[in-house]
Design a protein around this ligand. Structure first.
Ligand SMILES: [Zn+2]
Length: 293
């Protein structure tokens, strides 16, 4: 398995940035210089992942089509990691950056399957008004109200990860603000699709959700390690998702019989009975969910 030494890369690119006289250049990337220097120093730039990890340090050229800076769409693009064989190293704690736990509360719901849906984050119990803090140095990509997330902040971090903070009662940072690890970004709440005050906290890499428990100890409020190795293993849950999407339900309406439903979904009454643990003579209730696949 190939390894990409992103920490080395980060040091390299940072030193180049420090040497350049421009301090404000948006995306006027020193990519060529990086490549030249990489050749000289023997650092292997294996593929384009090298560049998006250092995302907001202005190292991503416009020519790279992904990881755009999009401020009006939380989930603008998914990346298919199933074809990536490399293990990507992401720096979590070093002399420039460190992890801050957004809110030290109990977990009320974890990442994973939640009945017929998938829960892509961790729910942290809090009281409305509690302060919520930013996890790593970064820049605010989204600060908006969404039907599902409620008041939500998305921060893209210098290390390439993105974190999402949902159901806030108040947002305290604006889009494009450069913020530090520990900056108060909002107040906890119960907005959007939420039942009871809590923080919905997600960690994503290229908009692909990671299980936050792979990265953080929710008992100690710290990261497990100072670097995170992202590989195929982190996306194994996609198999579970595939299985879930293969399952389909029908909600019983007035006049529906098992026969109607079987015809509608191209299956048989016998199969429907087996899937739902019912008999042919079972009486269907209005609104009942019948599994059809
Ligand atoms: Zn949640």
């Amino acid at each position: 398995m190939k390894f990409i030494y992103l920490s080395l890369f980060t040091v390299l690119s940072l030193s180049i940035l420090a040497n350049s006289d421009s301090t404000t250049t948006e995306k006027s990337t020193p990519l060529k210089k990086v490549e030249k220097k990489a050749k000289k120093t023997g650092v292997q730039l294996v593929n384009r992942f090298d560049f998006f990890v250092d995302s907001i340090n202005n190292t991503i050229p416009d020519s790279l089509p992904f990881y755009d800076w999009i401020t009006n769409d939380i989930h603008f693009r998914k990346f298919d990691f199933s074809k990536v064989e490399d293990t990507l190293m992401v720096v979590l704690n070093d002399s420039n950056d460190h992890y801050t736990h957004p809110f030290n509360g109990n977990i009320t719901s974890s990442f994973g399957k939640r009945r017929w849906r998938y829960h892509y984050g961790m729910d942290i119990d809090l009281t409305t008004g509690d302060t919520v803090r930013n996890a790593f140095n970064g820049r605010v990509r989204i600060s908006t109200y969404s039907k599902t997330y409620g008041n939500v902040i998305v921060v893209r971090h210098d290390n390439g990860l993105e974190t999402i903070y949902g159901h806030l009662s108040k947002r305290l940072v604006k889009i494009d603000s450069v913020i530090s690890s520990g900056t108060v970004i909002g107040l906890g709440g119960n907005t959007g699709h939420s039942y009871g005050s809590h923080l919905h906290f997600e960690i994503r890499y290229f908009d692909e959700a990671l299980d936050p428990r792979d990265i953080i100890s929710f008992e100690n409020f710290t990261t497990h390690y100072d670097t995170l190795a992202i590989s195929q293993c982190n996306f194994m849950y996609r198999e579970e998702l595939k299985l879930m999407s293969a399952i389909k339900y029908h909600r019983v309406r007035s006049g529906n019989t098992l026969g109607h439903i079987a015809v509608k979904y191209g299956t048989s009454i016998t199969k429907l009975c087996r899937l739902n643990g019912i008999s042919r003579n079972s009486i269907l209730r209005l609104g009942q969910r019948i599994r059809v696949r």
